[in-house]
Write a protein that binds this ligand. Structure first.
Ligand SMILES: Cc1cc2nc3c(=O)[nH]c(=O)nc-3n(C[C@H](O)[C@H](O)[C@H](O)COP(=O)(O)OP(=O)(O)OC[C@H]3O[C@@H](n4cnc5c(N)ncnc54)[C@H](O)[C@@H]3O)c2cc1C
Length: 356
């Protein structure tokens, strides 16, 4: 079988890129073992302003507009909701955080993202808010598990999906093609998430994988309809359930949920709702984020094998960033009508790595 692109990995990166390539008339095959991955368990949060100092994501506006457009296109194609617009209440943790916000709030570049500030010592549903909160706009939740299940079925229907793990030793890299089993491809695109750090052609890239744990809880406590951010986040879901997440651990790179992870998450929210610790545990999951040393994605081709591509490194912000980067990358692959932005292009690293 001849295809244009062999894609390795059906997380959010491989799925959205594969979707765009098929829309552009390209023949693809996606290989994935269909096991749990970071994309499937992710909170799905889209929030372009984060951190202690309320820093806006690089390219926030363009990422947001392409994310909304792509998720809406997918919603209308499959007639299923995948993106829920939800406001976010950022509870100030202390007076310093409030001061940092006050420095930001008059910056015109930030004003479209902020709404009103809640007074100190207020109560929001069953949550106390001692230092007040800021309501953020342009936030929401991507229903990643539902979206990936839908796209998996779409790829199966297009004869474009093989459920298995790729073993690198079975890949034959030729000058004019890539061979795997009975498939001959023009090129191969590795979208392997944190597994990319073991890829023999790309392991020289400075990955910094980070484990994350996430809980699904059920309780009768009254929840606001907005997402709460309080160091960690809490996303209200239907039927009195909610998700809280996510821990960030760059030392223990395994997918085992831990008691310490669970306690860290619940204790953080018990400070603003003491009943949270007694909520019923519905699910506790752990996976690994494909973070990178400079916190920018890894996109581009191998310096010595130009049929080997990588599309990876979306760290903790895949839901916001993958739609825009997949647009640029598929245009680059199909018509060369877009270039890979320099901050994401892996030539920023191999220029120094391969030339010394
Ligand atoms: C607990 C947690 C919470 C998160 N919450 C959010 C959030 O709220 N918002 C947000 O934007 N991001 C969040 N993230 C980050 C988000 O999950 C990632 O940015 C994104 O999902 C990365 O997608 P990916 O496709 O690159 O990787 P992955 O989702 O890891 O997918 C990679 C796929 O490649 C497959 N693969 C690897 N090697 C091979 C091989 N050799 N052969 C075949 N298949 C292979 C894997 O099996 C996997 O299916 C969270 C992550 C975690 C862990």
């Amino acid at each position: 079988m001849n295809v244009d692109h062999l894609i390795i990995g059906q997380g959010l990166a491989g799925s959205l890129l594969g979707w765009r390539l098929i829309q552009a008339g390209r023949r693809i095959v996606i290989i994935d073992p269909a096991k749990e991955n970071a994309s499937r368990i992710a909170g799905g949060l889209i929030n372009p302003i984060t951190g202690m100092r309320f820093v806006k994501n690089q390219n926030a506006e363009v990422c947001l507009s392409h994310a909304k457009r792509l998720y809406q296109d997918l919603e209308s194609t499959f007639n299923t909701p995948f993106f829920l617009k939800k406001k976010l209440l950022r509870f100030f943790k202390n007076a310093e955080e409030k001061t940092a916000f006050n420095k930001r709030k008059n910056d015109p570049a930030y004003q479209p993202f902020f709404n009103h500030v809640t007074q100190d010592n207020t109560q929001i549903a069953d949550f106390s808010c001692p230092f007040g909160a800021i309501e953020q706009h342009q936030t929401g939740q991507v229903l990643t598990a539902r979206l990936l299940a839908q796209l998996q079925q779409f790829f199966i229907n297009h004869n474009s999906y093989i459920k298995t793990q790729l073993h690198y030793s079975n890949l034959i890299v030729k000058n004019d093609s890539i061979q795997w089993r009975n498939i001959s491809a023009q090129n191969i695109i590795f979208c392997e998430g944190y597994h990319g750090a073991q890829n023999p052609w790309f392991s020289w890239l400075p990955f910094q994988p980070a484990k994350g744990e996430i809980l699904t809880l059920k309780s009768t406590i009254s929840l606001p309809k907005e997402i709460i951010s309080y160091g960690s986040w809490l996303i209200p879901e239907p039927e009195s359930t909610f998700k809280i997440g996510a821990t960030f651990d760059a030392k223990n790179i395994d997918c085992r949920p831990t008691v310490a992870g669970k306690n860290n998450l619940t204790r953080a929210f018990e400070k603003i709702n003491p009943r949270l610790g007694s909520a019923e545990l519905v699910a506790h999951r752990a996976q690994i984020r494909p973070c990178t040393l400079d916190k920018q994605p890894f996109i581009g081709y191998h310096p010595q094998h130009q049929r080997l591509f990588i599309f990876n490194g979306f760290g903790a912000k895949g839901c916001l960033e993958i739609p825009w980067y997949s647009l640029l990358f598929y245009k680059h692959l199909t018509t060369q009508s877009a270039s890979i932005p320099s901050q994401a292009n892996i030539n920023r690293i191999y220029d120094s790595h391969f030339t010394g």
